[in-house]
Design a protein around this ligand. Structure first.
Ligand code: NAP
Length: 253
């Protein structure tokens, strides 16, 4: 039995996109995986795929921005899968608009899911990590943290997550807990498909246009991010903490 086989990981926003790929990869790495998303039913195909491959997984419905729902979800995961010592804060939404057209509701919604969500999930999970004397938190930032037209809310939240990551790394290091962030560039998911739809460009053309601007000349896949998560949560990455890796097919910042 590998060390991971006795460890439980939580992945939020894991019903689809990057989160689903991360959940499947961590299951393959040997973790029991809590697949968390707004709707538990939507998580079931990911759980079934993990179980069919011989892994352990649990579908959990929770809104990461809801304090009580988060506490209940983490308690249930600890009881049914084992104390969670890996947390991937991946749940996310976009509500893009230029500043002068951005509603306060769209600002708040994005802050709530990305920042409040990562805060509540990390606070709930850290007690299991500090008790175990071992833990890994990975936060999903974005290249948009560096600034992106039409994303004042999202870029502020994704830049905020980088500060959050570094602060948790400082606070939790002495408990054997590392905290890192991944800042993806263009990854092919429903989120980027929605952006293409909003700007009125067919997704295939949108991806081609994006790939032409990326040094490795392709757009990213959810598995590219899952691979980076797998590294950060691995046993041997215990001296890597408070870092932000841009996974964007080329350099950023
Ligand atoms: P996605 O396909 O839209 O998936 C996001 C998932 O998060 C959805 O299943 C969504 O559920 C869930 N979610 C939304 N709000 C939630 C909440 N309050 N509580 C729990 N779950 C919630 O997005 P993605 O492209 O895979 O992105 C995943 C993460 O990577 C996000 O943080 C995103 O900002 C970041 N990212 C993505 C890209 C990219 O190019 N795709 C680039 C940089 C960073 P519903 O389906 O029910 O809404």
């Amino acid at each position: 039995m590998t060390q991971q086989a006795s460890r439980t990981a939580i992945v939020t926003g894991a019903a689809r996109g990057i989160g689903a790929a991360v959940a499947k990869r961590l299951a393959r790495d040997g973790f029991a995986v809590a697949v968390v998303d707004l709707d538990a039913d939507a998580c079931k195909p990911v759980v079934t795929e993990i179980e069919s491959a011989g892994g352990r997984a649990l579908a959990v419905g929770a809104d990461v921005s809801d304090e009580q729902a988060v506490e209940a979800a983490v308690q249930r995961i600890a009881a049914e899968l084992g104390a969670p010592t890996v947390l991937v804060n991946n749940a996310g939404i976009i509500r893009d608009n230029l500043l002068f057209k951005m509603s306060a509701g769209d600002w708040d919604a994005v802050m709530n899911v990305h920042l409040r969500g990562a805060f509540l999930m990390s606070r709930a999970a850290q007690k299991h990590m500090t008790e175990a004397g071992w833990g890994r938190i990975v936060n999903l930032s974005s290249t948009s943290a560096l600034g992106n037209r039409g994303q004042a809310n999202y870029s502020a939240a994704k830049a905020g997550l980088q500060g959050f990551t570094k602060t948790l790394a400082i606070e939790l290091g002495k408990f054997g807990v590392t905290v890192n962030a991944i800042a993806p560039g263009f990854i092919e998911t429903e989120m980027t498909a929605a952006t293409a739809a909003r700007v009125g460009v067919p997704f295939e053309d949108y991806k081609k246009g994006a790939a032409a601007q990326i040094p490795v000349r392709r757009v990213g896949r959810p598995e590219d991010i899952a691979h980076t998560v797998s590294f950060f949560v691995s046993e041997d990455a215990g001296f890597v903490s408070g870092q932000v890796i841009y996974v964007a097919g080329g350099p950023r910042a």
